[in-house]
Design a protein. Structure first.
Length: 204
């Protein structure tokens, strides 16, 4: 589990071309394979959304390949908190090719970065912020915990996290697009509050 401040530290510690990857994992609660499989066509800056349509998967005993998300519930469109939309806009301009199929998080030559290679990047980041215990999925776990703190229901958390929904929850409650937008806005307020608090502490 990371604090909001630790995620900010991780963003600063990672190479510039992967800032947005850390933000998406934490604030949009995407799995590593989902983040690394994103392409330009999956990002809608006008509406502030990201669509999860594919993911890196690792078949037993084989090399990673691009396939469907981990669960059918993992497919869909999520609202992105405003502070992450701003980071995505800069990222697209600096690091992503103009083609719709350009990798959002590719190498300097434009090829896709594999989960294994991104893990090497993360290993350096967690050491840099003094949290060698952290795993990549802790970013997602932390983000879902923050979402719960905003008052998200179980169904809303399952929608945002792309979990296979328990039958009991599906019988009486479904996440809606409007509520998901409200969750994204609440996450932005949480991030802003942390920044203001940090500045206030520093001034004293």
């Amino acid at each position: 589990m990371l604090s909001v401040a630790e995620v900010a530290d991780a963003v600063e510690a990672v190479p510039d071309r992967y800032h947005a990857a850390v933000l998406l994992a934490a604030w949009c609660q995407l799995r590593r394979g989902e983040v690394l499989a994103l392409q330009r066509r999956h990002v809608d800056l006008l509406h502030g959304t990201v669509s999860v349509e594919q993911s890196w998967v690792v078949p037993p005993g084989e090399k990673p390949v691009i396939g469907p998300p981990k669960t059918e519930s993992g497919r869909g469109t999520l609202n992105v908190p405003e502070h992450v939309v701003s980071a995505l806009e800069e990222h697209l301009e600096r690091f992503v090719g103009p083609e719709p199929t350009s990798w959002l998080f590719g190498t300097s030559t434009g090829t896709a970065i594999s989960p294994r290679n991104f893990q090497r990047v993360w290993d350096k980041v967690r050491d840099a912020i003094g949290r060698p215990d952290l795993h990549l999925h802790d970013l997602r776990h932390s983000g879902l915990t923050w979402s719960a703190a905003t008052g998200a229901s179980l169904a809303e958390l399952m929608h945002r996290g792309g979990h296979a929904s328990p039958r009991a929850a599906l019988r009486y409650q479904h996440a809606t697009e409007d509520r998901d937008k409200a969750l994204a806005d609440a996450l932005t307020r949480l991030a802003t509050a942390e920044v203001v608090s940090s500045v206030s502490r520093a001034s004293h």
